[in-house]
Design a protein around this ligand. Structure first.
Ligand code: 6R9
Length: 652
């Protein structure tokens, strides 16, 4: 890395009071790598176990005998840890502060209240026939009941699968049927930026698709959020506010083995349909709670706000499980950063005295575009730590976040991790790690990253390559639901004995890591993962499309935008109207987050003689970098490329 990269030392004021001070990181990290058994044996004590574990780590990453178990003979319940154990000392402490879409709309639930709501909702689920091990799909807006429903599942040992509320009925149905879930929890409508989202209607449509696929949904539990009009199926649909009248307040926590599943979360891969990433109970919760405490330097009186949606892993680990396991106050926000105006984030920070704030680079860039005024109009003196997640943060956005939002006072924690990893992996600790804008800095305890070249050769010192992880950690995913072979093939086959992240990365002379982005066919749009194959299959499902190839290209706000090359079926004349229609088609097949930003109608796509689309070339043309296309000698039809360049959609 060049010498002109700025390094920001940890503010001394901060490090003096930090949970992990400057001397501690090095020694703790060394211990975590040298003797994981003792290190994690001790860290596991942060949880309450119904039956203590005697074994800590039982892991084999050899792909022929893959087995990953942590705390395997321990028994616990996640909600006992997130709720019950806090009741004595923190019963009246705010657990969830809900901030609605409208600034006038907010509500606080203390630990006692959350406990009560969760027990009742758990009893409602039981009445609907949900049993330990059953999968329950949650299709929810950002309302407290989304958190209650996740915890209610955990209370009774059911496995939740949260599906982001912005997904289409088609996408929701795919996720319902993949894990054979027969109960869905949803709401009448969601509200974001004063617009309503017809969740129940989308859920109804998904149920119809699931039924046609031979996997009918038997019960839909519906939360009343807006009181908007909904269709009702008397045999299937149940209002939560009615069902809850008939249940007891008491629901004992189900004893769960540490390796029993806690949740499934679907995420995009480079090929095929989304994968059901499965996390288990003990190791995940140790990881979620511990990383949350150390990464944010959590103190008892902190008010912590993660702006993610519970539909993504960040919402699971860092809105619900990590903070509540730590007895922390967590803010849940229903709205968007720019409604009613671009000051909203900072107004909410002032209103609830938020001290730890966690958001995504795309939100920071969108707000930066509005100038400093909306930030400076607010106080923000409660802020102590600022976090980012989801994609690499560009140094300009980092500097703005640090200087304007945090006024140079708050360390920035740039947290690199994945749905698969359960929690933060490469990340600065705010009281100890110097910061370099754009670098996720150093590995967290127990994480042994390495860089490898295409042949699997490990690279030493300053280098750039593919990022792998060499040892297991308690929070790692355990399988792809229903397809263990895919788990092995995706993560443990490219570099035998190691976990392959799918990310490219540089390591500088100080040993700091700089994630460069995905090296597979996954694009990162506003911090959300999108498989190019999924968008392509949505496009080719339209009658006018013969062939499609989708790549990412640099986008000022979203990080990456979706660039789609489309070849029409013969006889179809592409025009503006078709372009609009295709965007609409993808929105309805997958959801608005998958909508192509640019559609390039191409008479032909560059292919090798064996018929493989040369995506490397398509990525370069989409990125407006066509003077350096690399080797094109294997192309079957080189003229195609000149035509694509000539008609590229992203001209500078
Ligand atoms: C937590 C989450 C994972 C992918 C990951 C990487 C990118 C996430 C990042 C980052 C650079 C960061 N990513 N955080 N890249 N710096 N701080 O986002 O999970 O949705 O599964 O995405 O996101 O490419 O591989 P997920």
């Amino acid at each position: 890395m060049s010498d002109d990269v700025k390094t920001y030392p940890v503010p001394t004021d901060f490090s003096r009071k930090a949970n992990i001070g400057p001397e501690q990181y090095g020694s703790m990290y060394a211990a975590s790598i040298a003797d994981p058994e003792s290190f994690w044996g001790e860290m596991g004590q942060r949880l309450d176990w119904m039956k203590p574990y005697t074994k800590v780590k039982s892991v084999n990453w050899d792909k022929a005998n893959l087995s990953i178990k942590w705390y395997e003979d321990g028994v616990l319940n996640v909600t006992s840890n997130c709720l019950d154990r806090h009741l004595k000392t923190r019963g009246d402490k705010p657990a969830i502060i809900w901030e609605g879409d409208e600034p006038s709309d907010s509500k606080t639930f203390n630990f006692k209240e959350v406990h009560l709501e969760v027990c009742r909702l758990a009893n409602v689920l039981k009445d609907l026939g949900v049993k330990k091990g059953d999968r329950v799909t949650l299709f929810m807006p950002m309302i407290p009941e989304a958190g209650f429903a996740m915890l209610a599942c955990a209370r009774i040992g059911a496995v939740h699968s949260v599906v982001f509320g912005g997904f289409s009925p088609e996408a929701l149905a795919g996720r319902i049927t993949d894990c054979d879930s027969t109960v869905v929890v949803t709401a009448d409508e969601g509200v974001r930026g004063s617009k309503s989202i017809p969740l129940k209607a989308n859920c109804d449509a998904a149920c119809e698709i699931a039924a046609k696929a031979g996997k009918p949904v038997s019960k839909v539990l519906c939360v009343r959020r807006t009181d908007g009009d909904v269709n009702w199926d008397n045999g299937r649909d149940v209002w939560l506010h009615e069902a809850v009248k008939n249940v007891s307040d008491d629901c004992p926590p189900e004893p769960m083995n540490a390796e029993d599943p806690l949740f499934i979360l679907y995420t995009s891969g480079s090929t095929g349909k989304p994968k059901g990433v499965l996390h288990t109970t003990g190791g995940y919760l140790v990881w979620a709670a511990m990383t949350h405490e150390y990464v944010f330097d959590l103190k008892e009186d902190d008010v912590y706000w993660c702006t993610a949606d519970v539909g993504w892993v960040t919402g699971h680990t860092y809105i619900i499980y990590g903070p509540l396991a730590n007895g922390a106050t967590t803010v849940m926000f229903e709205g968007v950063p720019t409604y009613p105006d671009a000051s909203r984030f900072w107004q909410v920070c002032d209103k609830h005295k938020v001290s730890l704030f966690y958001t995504a680079p795309t939100a920071i860039r969108a707000l930066m575009r509005e100038g400093d005024g909306p930030v400076k109009a607010t106080d923000r003196s409660s802020l102590r730590v600022l976090g980012t997640v989801g994609e690499p943060i560009n140094p300009e956005a980092w500097e703005w976040y640090f200087h304007v939002v945090g006024e140079g006072r708050c360390p920035i924690v740039d947290t690199w991790w994945q749905t698969e990893t359960g929690g933060a992996m490469i990340v600065p600790l705010p009281g100890t790690t110097p910061m370099k804008p754009g670098s996720a800095t150093l590995p967290y305890f127990g994480i042994e990253p390495a860089l490898v070249d295409a042949n699997g050769q490990e690279l030493e010192g300053e280098a750039e390559g593919n990022l792998i992880i060499k040892q297991s950690w308690p929070g790692q995913m355990r399988t792809v639901y229903g397809d263990h072979q895919r788990f092995i093939d995706t993560y443990f086959s490219a570099y035998p004995g190691s976990y392959f992240t799918g990310d490219g990365c540089k390591r500088d002379a100080d040993g700091f890591y700089w994630i460069t982005g995905r090296v597979d066919d996954v694009i990162n749009v506003s911090g959300h993962r999108m498989g190019t194959a999924e968008v392509e299959s949505a496009l080719v499902s339209h009658a006018a499309v013969a062939e499609a190839a989708v790549v990412g290209y640099p986008h000022n706000i979203k990080g990456q935008g979706i660039y789609a090359y489309v070849t029409c079926t013969s006889g179809i004349e592409p025009d503006k109207a078709l372009r609009k229609e295709l965007v609409k088609h993808v929105r309805s097949e997958i959801g608005p987050i998958a909508a192509p930003d640019l559609i390039h109608f191409a008479p032909g796509l560059p292919k090798t003689r064996s018929g493989k689309i040369m995506r490397r070339i398509l990525r370069k043309i989409a990125g407006d970098q066509f003077d350096n296309l690399g080797d094109t000698s294997t192309l079957a039809d080189p003229e195609v490329v000149d035509d694509l360049i000539e008609n590229r959609m992203n001209k500078a």
